[in-house]
Design a protein around this ligand. Structure first.
Ligand SMILES: Cc1cc2nc3c(=O)[nH]c(=O)nc-3n(C[C@H](O)[C@H](O)[C@H](O)COP(=O)(O)OP(=O)(O)OC[C@H]3O[C@@H](n4cnc5c(N)ncnc54)[C@H](O)[C@@H]3O)c2cc1C
Length: 538
C-alpha cells in the first residue's frame, strides 16, 4: 500500500478542556496503534462551564470505555431527566422538556396530536402536556429511576436520562483515563504554528519554551480562539447574532440546597436567561445575556439575587460569539469543541456537538493523503448539525408571549431562518413533524414539548377528526358518549382494566359508569404510580 493510503499515525490535540480530553479518551480506546499527544496550558485554563448534557453523553462515555459509576463519582455528577423552563412562554408559566418518550402512539397519530385534538374538543379534558411524560412528572416530584429496558410494555422502558457534571472534574477524570492508555500530555503554551510552505498543512506547533510538537493530524480543541483553524489557517466564522442576541454569560457556583433536583432549570430573565444545574457538591448557576441591552452590573446583581444557596465565588464573565466556523476541517486540522462554533447552552448541546465531531472523526479517520471527499462530507455534516441545533434554540425565543422588555420584544418579532419557518408552518397547520436528515438531533417529542409548553398556536392533524372520543387516551368524554359504542375488543380491554382497578382499589363488580371512571383513573394515575415507585434522590 502506498504511504499516502496509510492512516495517519501521529495525532496531536491542542487543548485540554472537555473537547480535548473527550477526543483523547475515545481515540486512545479505539485507535491503539496511533501516537496521541495532547498539549494544554494550565496558565490559560479551560472555559470550565459546560455542566449539563443530554442522554447521548452516555454513548460517548461507553465509546470511551469509561465506567459510568466512576465517572459519576469522580465528576460529582447528578442525573438529569430534562430541562425545566420557567417563565419562557409567559411569566408564571412552567414546563419541562423531558427526555424519553411521551404517551403511546395511535398508528401514525402521535400523542401530541391526540392531546391537541382532545383539547380542541374540550379543553377541560386534558391536563398540562407535561403530565403525559414520565420524565416530566418524575422531575416535578424529584424522583429518579433507571429506565427498565427489560420490560418493553412498561413506560419505564421509555425513560431516558443524562448527566450534570463538574466540567473541570470531567476533564481531569478523562485525562487520567487517557494517560493510562498511553496518551502523552504536554504542558505549555503554544505560541506559533508552523505550516508547510507549499500546501499550508500544519507540520508542528512551537511552545513558549521553544519545544516543538509535530503531528500528521492536528485536532484543534483550543477553545473559542481556534488557534489552528482560525488564527493559523484563517478559516472564518459565520455570526448568528441576528437570531441569537446573547453574547455574554456570568457564572457562579452556589452552595447545595435540598432537595437535589434531577433536572436543569432555565429561567427567562429581563434580558436573557439564568441556568441552575445541581451537582453533588454545589449548584452551577449563570445568567446568559445580550450585552447591548443590559449592563454587566445589573446582570451580576440579578444573578446573585436569584441563587438558592450562598454564592461560593465571585461571578465570572465569559464572552462568546454565537455562530459557527465556516469549515470545521481544513487541510490536516479538525476543529472540535468551541473552536468549531458556539451555541448558547439553553439545550445543553455543545458537549453533544463535541461528541458528534468525535464520531465523525472516527468514521472518516484520514489516510496520509487526506481525501478531499472526506473533508467535504465532514464539513457538510458539521454545518447541518450546527444549523439544526441553532433552529431549535431560536424556536425558544421566537415562541414567546413575553412582552415589555426590549430583548423579548425583539426576539418575539424577529424573522427566523427559513428552515425554522418551514417547520413552524407544518406545526401550525397540522401539528406535523418530519425528520429531514439523519443528523437531526431533536426528535418530535422535543419539538412538541417546547412548542406546546410555550403556547405555540398549533392545529391537530385533520385525521384526528376520525378518531371517536372514546379512543382518546386522555380520559376525554363528550356528553354524547353514550351513543359511542366501543368495539368488542376495546370493550374487553376496558373490562380488563376495570377489573385490575377493582382489584387494586377494592371496588368490586363495577357498573358501566364505574368502568369508564376506572379506565380514566387507570390512565391518569399510571404515571403517578410509576413515579411513586421510583427511588428519591434527595
Ligand atoms: C457560559 C457557558 C455555559 C455553557 N454550558 C454548557 C452546558 O451546560 N452544556 C454543554 O454541553 N455545553 C456548555 N457550554 C459549552 C462547553 O463549555 C464547551 O463546549 C466545553 O467546555 C468544551 O470546551 P473546549 O474544550 O472546546 O474549550 P476550553 O474548555 O476553553 O478548552 C480549551 C483548551 O485549550 C487550551 N489552550 C488554549 N490556547 C492554548 C495555547 N495557546 N497553548 C496551549 N493550550 C491552549 C486551554 O488551556 C484549554 O485546555 C457552555 C459554554 C459557555 C460559554
Amino acid at each position: 500500500m502506498a504511504a499516502a493510503d496509510q492512516p495517519v499515525r501521529k495525532v496531536t490535540i491542542i487543548g485540554g478542556g472537555t473537547a480535548g480530553w473527550m477526543t483523547a479518551a475515545v481515540l486512545s480506546q479505539w485507535l491503539t496503534q496511533i501516537e496521541i499527544r495532547l498539549v494544554e496550558s494550565e496558565e490559560i485554563g479551560i472555559v470550565g462551564v459546560g455542566e449539563a448534557t443530554i442522554p447521548h453523553i452516555r454513548n460517548l462515555m461507553a465509546l470511551a470505555g469509561v465506567d459510568p459509576l466512576k465517572l459519576i463519582s469522580e465528576s460529582k455528577a447528578t442525573f438529569k431527566l430534562g430541562i425545566q423552563f420557567v417563565d419562557w412562554g409567559a411569566p408564571g408559566e412552567t414546563y419541562v422538556h423531558g427526555f424519553g418518550k411521551i404517551g403511546r402512539d395511535m398508528l401514525w397519530l402521535h400523542p401530541h396530536q391526540l392531546w391537541l385534538a382532545a383539547r380542541e374538543r374540550d379543553p377541560s379534558s386534558v391536563k398540562h402536556f407535561d403530565h403525559y411524560s414520565l420524565n416530566c412528572v418524575a422531575s416535578g416530584k424529584n424522583r429518579f429511576a433507571f429506565p427498565d429496558r427489560s420490560n418493553p410494555n412498561s413506560p419505564m422502558g421509555d425513560m431516558d436520562y443524562a448527566y450534570q457534571f463538574d466540567a473541570s472534574l470531567v476533564a481531569r477524570f478523562l485525562r487520567s483515563e487517557s494517560e493510562a492508555r498511553g496518551v502523552e500530555r504536554i504542558e505549555g503554551r503554544v505560541v506559533d504554528v508552523i505550516q508547510n510552505p507549499e500546501n499550508g498543512f500544519v507540520e508542528r506547533v512551537r511552545m513558549a519554551d521553544g519545544r516543538e510538537v509535530e503531528g500528521d493530524l492536528f485536532v484543534d480543541c483550543s477553545g473559542m480562539r481556534g488557534l489552528l483553524i482560525g488564527d493559523a489557517l484563517g478559516i472564518g466564522y459565520e455570526d448568528w447574532n441576528k437570531w441569537l442576541l446573547c453574547d455574554r454569560a456570568q457564572a457562579v457556583p452556589s452552595a447545595s440546597v435540598e432537595p437535589l433536583t434531577p433536572y436543569t432549570r432555565v429561567t427567562a430573565r429581563k434580558c436573557g436567561w439564568q441556568w441552575r444545574i445541581p451537582l453533588q457538591h454545589r449548584v452551577g448557576n449563570g445568567y446568559v445575556y445580550a450585552s447591548d441591552l443590559i449592563g454587566d452590573e445589573e446582570v451580576r446583581d440579578a444573578l446573585l439575587a436569584n441563587l438558592d444557596g450562598e454564592a461560593l465565588a465571585e461571578p465570572r464573565m465569559v464572552r462568546f460569539r454565537p455562530g459557527r466556523r465556516l469549515k470545521s476541517w481544513d487541510k490536516n486540522v479538525i476543529a472540535i469543541g468551541l473552536s468549531s462554533g458556539f451555541l448558547e447552552p439553553l439545550e445543553s448541546t455543545s458537549i453533544h456537538l463535541i461528541q458528534t465531531g468525535i464520531h465523525r472523526l472516527l468514521a472518516m479517520f484520514p489516510a496520509q493523503s487526506f481525501s478531499a471527499a472526506d473533508i467535504d462530507e465532514y464539513n457538510r455534516q458539521a454545518l447541518f448539525e450546527y444549523e439544526d441545533v441553532r433552529d431549535f434554540i431560536v424556536a425558544h425565543y421566537k415562541v414567546t408571549r413575553r412582552s415589555g422588555d426590549p430583548f423579548w420584544d425583539h426576539v418575539r418579532e424577529m424573522e427566523v431562518p427559513d428552515s425554522l419557518e418551514e417547520r413552524f408552518e407544518l406545526f401550525r397547520s397540522s401539528g406535523r413533524f418530519f425528520k429531514r436528515h439523519a443528523q437531526e438531533l431533536f426528535a418530535e417529542e422535543s419539538w412538541v414539548q417546547i412548542l406546546i409548553g410555550q403556547g405555540f398556536d398549533m392545529r391537530p392533524d385533520p385525521v384526528t377528526q376520525f378518531v371517536p372520543d372514546h379512543r382518546f387516551p386522555w380520559g376525554y368524554r363528550r356528553r354524547d358518549r353514550g351513543r359511542c359504542k366501543p368495539d368488542a375488543r376495546s370493550w374487553r380491554v376496558r373490562q380488563a382494566a376495570a377489573a385490575q382497578h377493582a382489584a387494586r382499589t377494592g371496588v368490586g363488580s363495577p357498573g358501566k359508569c364505574q368502568l369508564h371512571a376506572a379506565l380514566r383513573a387507570r390512565r391518569d394515575d399510571t404515571i403517578e404510580r410509576l413515579v411513586a415507585g421510583m427511588s428519591q434522590k434527595d
